[in-house]
Design a protein around this ligand. Structure first.
Ligand code: SF4
Length: 342
């Protein structure tokens, strides 16, 4: 058996059941691929099912409001993906008559579809022989063939794509999925399960006991640590919330006013009464927020000074704690709400 045959035979008996594996609808595959970016399969599964239930077609997603799309996405994180998916659906609906195109040039124009998603959707839905190279695939191939190219450098992708194409059988659908599954289940970043690997006999890293040297990755992502005091202003059973700006981290989601150290010093001078809540840390890809909730009771007469921190360009209002599930709230802030409820 050649490389592809071994991989496909393994995939057929070891693949996990996933709702997006029982369809050739490019829209359904597109949604799954976007949700799976930087998110585990087990986390994605329930979101995918409710999302597809509410937005079963490109047209249904295109005609929904972004606010509603956010509500269905909340908890999955990386909200920019949802926004691009929404924009992409609107574009396909308007410009391609609601039909996901087979033409690579047209697919490339859809917001949020990069080379990986393009290859994944077109190869899985339409069996087009295209590479779908993500971190998993680069890791397997780097180990298999001792590829020295640095995977944190964008132009390395081409080397891996060429390798995939050199191995590509007549069934790109299963081959690409097989590689993805092998990376997720066997050739994992740490402690790969080489004993169970279907392509172990052609793995040069295994042969030369150099698995830990591959893939080569030089750039280390710097994580910026930020401290915030988060104002949780409570008026009976409501909390003051504001919609975040349209750009930047957690854009368009709802949260609480946040003060950095400088603003906090200024805030303290007002000598308002408040209590600190339990500190929460939330980790993003390149950032870590250390958030200390500042619990304040809203008193119409006494707290006028607070308004300075409550004004916002976008929408802002007191929201009933019980009704919070109706608006898209970023997970970082949900953690604070949970603490408050406790
Ligand atoms: Fe990965 Fe081990 Fe298989 Fe090589 S033998 S591809 S290192 S799981």
């Amino acid at each position: 058996m050649d490389y592809a045959e071994k991989l496909l035979a393994w995939f057929d008996t070891n693949k996990r059941e996933m709702p997006w594996r029982n369809t050739t609808d490019p829209y359904a595959i597109w949604v799954s691929e976007i949700m799976l970016q930087q998110t585990q399969v087990d986390t994605v599964m329930p979101y995918y099912i409710t999302f597809m239930d509410r937005f079963p077609t490109i047209n249904s997603l295109a005609s929904a409001t972004l606010e509603e799309v956010h509500t269905y996405w909340q908890g999955l994180g990386y909200y920019r993906r949802a926004e691009n998916l929404h924009k992409g659906a609107q574009m396909v609906d308007k410009e391609y008559g609601g039909i996901f195109p087979r033409d690579i040039t047209l697919v490339k124009k859809i917001p949020g579809i990069g080379p990986y998603t393009l290859g994944a959707v077109l190869s899985i839905a339409f069996h087009m022989p295209l590479p779908a190279v993500d971190g998993n695939v680069m890791r397997i191939l780097a180990r298999q063939f001792l590829i020295e190219n640095d995977i944190s450098v964008a132009k390395s992708r081409k080397v891996f794509e060429e390798k995939v194409m050199a191995l590509m059988p007549s069934d790109p659908n299963r081959f690409n999925q097989g590689l993805m599954e092998l990376g997720a289940l066997v050739c994992t970043p740490r402690d790969p399960n080489c004993k169970e690997c279907p392509v172990q006999d052609s793995c040069e890293a295994y042969e030369t006991s150099s698995i830990t040297n591959y893939p080569v990755k030089s750039k280390k992502v710097k994580i910026a640590e930020m401290n915030y005091k988060v104002l949780m202003i409570q008026k009976e059973n409501e909390l003051w919330m504001e919609k975040r700006p349209q750009e930047g981290l957690l854009a368009n989601l709802w949260g609480f006013p946040m003060l950095d150290d400088i603003k906090w010093e200024e805030f303290k001078e007002m000598k308002l009464s408040f209590e600190f809540g339990e500190k929460v840390t939330h980790i993003f890809t390149h950032r870590k927020w250390h958030m200390t909730p500042v619990l304040i009771e809203w008193r119409e007469q006494e707290n006028r000074l607070l308004e300075k921190y409550m004004k916002y360009d976008n929408e802002a209002r007191f929201v009933k704690i019980k009704k919070m599930q109706d608006i898209p709230i970023a997970t970082a802030f949900k953690k604070l709400i949970e603490i408050l409820k406790r």
